[in-house]
Design a binder for this molecule. Structure first.
Ligand SMILES: C[S@@+](CC[C@H](N)C(=O)[O-])C[C@H]1O[C@@H](n2cnc3c(N)ncnc32)[C@H](O)[C@@H]1O
Length: 292
């Protein structure tokens, strides 16, 4: 575990020399999570940071479709979070974690930790914290989801909104590590790209329609390579079968599953997510995993 870096981030990462789908050495893919998000943190937070903080006093924004935790109550009622020990895995700048910290409140024993492998994402979180009231039981830690700096059974709830799951080649080790730190009866609610998203083009207008572009079963990751030949970014496709198998290996039961449709502002585009595409195919999967 290290503290969030205070070095200034690059304004935006260098453009990749090559981008597309190709196999990648798992070790290169793993280091790319930090490299890629460090390089892209400034752009990501500039484009999406305010949106991810939620409207008004803040919220937990589950996915680009725009649904909020205050509407969906996927974590239960705000009262259920009171006094809980919560981990936000792949927290970015911690917008969601800060909102959760307010729900956890001042009940003794409760705390919220935002964990991210990217020091630059966390650095944006530090800037945010200095500009907003800080919850006394909210902390941010730089750590890798493969190796969490928490004792066995020391966490009640894990939240991950588009953090981690798409950036690991194999879900099982990360889910096993999450299950290790969860207390019995604890749960993990995560949003991730829906497996069918990988079959279709991001932009149906440019691609002249939503036709199947690649096989659902093709697990070749999307990769960006820098001019020096290093893998700068890797995003992985996990089929439903992969997800269910990894949950079983980790001893986590899938208790609920959501496929959100578009909500609200239909002019908003977020990467490959738009109202037009989400009207046709699900782009996000949200699952609640329980340790029994
Ligand atoms: C798409 S961003 C989502 C950030 C935040 N949850 C949000 O909603 O804005 C994915 C985040 O996951 C982090 N991440 C990716 N792989 C990780 C890993 N192995 N361990 C910890 N964090 C990781 C990245 O650094 C990045 O900040």
């Amino acid at each position: 575990m290290t503290q969030a870096s205070s070095a200034p981030p690059p304004e935006s990462g260098p453009a990749p020399a090559w981008a597309g789908r190709r196999t990648v050495d798992p070790a290169d893919g793993r280091s790319a999570a930090r490299l890629g998000w460090d390089a892209d943190a400034a752009r990501y937070q500039r484009e999406h940071g305010d949106y991810l903080a939620g409207p008004g006093e803040g919220d937990l924004v589950w996915s680009p479709e725009g649904w909020l935790e205050s509407e969906l109550a996927l974590l239960g009622s705000p009262l259920d979070l009171g006094g809980k020990r919560v981990l936000d895995l792949g927290c970015g700048a911690g917008q969601a974690a800060r909102w959760i910290a307010r729900q956890v409140g001042a009940t003794p024993g409760g705390w919220v930790a935002g964990v991210d492998v990217s020091g630059q994402q966390l650095r944006h979180g530090l800037e945010w914290s200095s500009a907003h009231p800080r919850h006394p039981r909210f902390m941010m830690l730089q750590a890798d989801a493969y190796d969490l700096p928490f004792a066995d059974a020391s966490v009640d709830v894990i939240v991950s909104a588009f953090g981690v799951m798409a950036f690991v080649p194999d879900l099982a080790p990360v889910l096993c590590e999450a299950a290790r730190v969860l207390s019995p009866g604890g749960y993990m609610t995560v949003s991730l790209p829906h497996p069918v998203r990988w079959m279709f083009p991001d932009d149906p207008v440019a691609a002249e329609g939503m036709t199947v572009a690649t096989s659902y079963f093709d697990r070749t990751p999307y990769v960006e390579v820098g001019a020096d030949g290093r893998v700068m970014y890797a995003e992985y496709h996990h089929t439903l079968q992969d997800l269910v198998s990894a949950c079983a290996a980790a001893g986590l039961a899938i208790a609920r599953l959501w496929e959100p449709q578009w909500r609200g502002d239909r002019s908003r585009i977020f990467g490959g997510w738009s109202a037009e595409t989400v009207d046709l195919v699900p782009k996000t999967l949200i699952v609640r995993l329980e340790k029994r």
